[in-house]
Design a protein around this ligand. Sequence first.
Ligand code: GLU
Length: 311
Amino acid sequence: MSGRYAPSPSGPLHFGNLRTALLAWLQARLTSQPFILRIEDLDLPRTRPGSSRQLIDDLHWLGFDWDEGPDIGGHATPYYQSRRTALYEDAFAQLLDQGLIYPCYCSRKDIQHAASAPHGDEHGLIYPGTCRDIKQRAKMEKRHPEKVAAWRYKVPAGTVEFEDRILGNIAQSLDREVGDFVIKRADGLFAYQLAVVVDDGLMAISDVVRGADLLDSTARQIELFGALGYPAPDFWHVPLMLDDTGTRLSKRDGSDSLEAWQQQNKSAADLIGHLAFSVGLIDEERAITAKELLQSLTVDLLRDRLIASSQ
Ligand code: GLU
């Protein structure tokens, strides 16, 4: 039973990331669960040197602490995804043994050509399952002899349903809305969907508090938890922080950065107050430390406020 915060070190954390960290930390501490920090640096080419150190320092500066993490170790070490490849290989072998994955030789063009509906993966495509069929797959392999296969998970028919702690009942049909999704990319990297499930499973995570942008990945992950024999955690999809124009914050933008905040001589308590107020945890914007905020809340109150601010 643990909570976690799992940032990607692709640049400095913006206020939206820090607010999610605050909420994840509060949820774990209010339920007296261990809190784990995991660095999701799987996609090394997108990782910025120094980002991991910086984000650890930033989280400490804000007054958060954790029981396991890259700087202190713990029962599920290592806490950098880039050093956990052997564990993903094991999970991959387990899925292969069960006949749940298959190699796919389709190019993006092939998929665009065959895909039926504009939803699906991060490119908005539902993979039509071409390479599920062994004959079609042989055809594709012949068509692209230079191509290294990606590996896809065979999604079952039917609907995955779960009760999000903030957003309530969520249902997604993996075969109709997502399609067979990639768990190992053609460049050899394991996909986020597989890595996150292996890590949350092995780290015995019971509550995943994360941004609502990941809601769409959750049904896939619940399916993978089942296939790999882990109980699925509870999910708390918290609202994303928007700027004054109603646009989602992005790491590239940099305006809502800790560095800029510190340069204005504002304190950690000022920022905790700003973040807490923005999501309705306090009634007016004022300086408050992370510890004081924790003492002013219960887990039910935290949940009620998050539900209210998600509406
Ligand atoms: N690493 C992901 C991110 O920074 C979060 C993954 C998760 O919480 O499941 O957006």
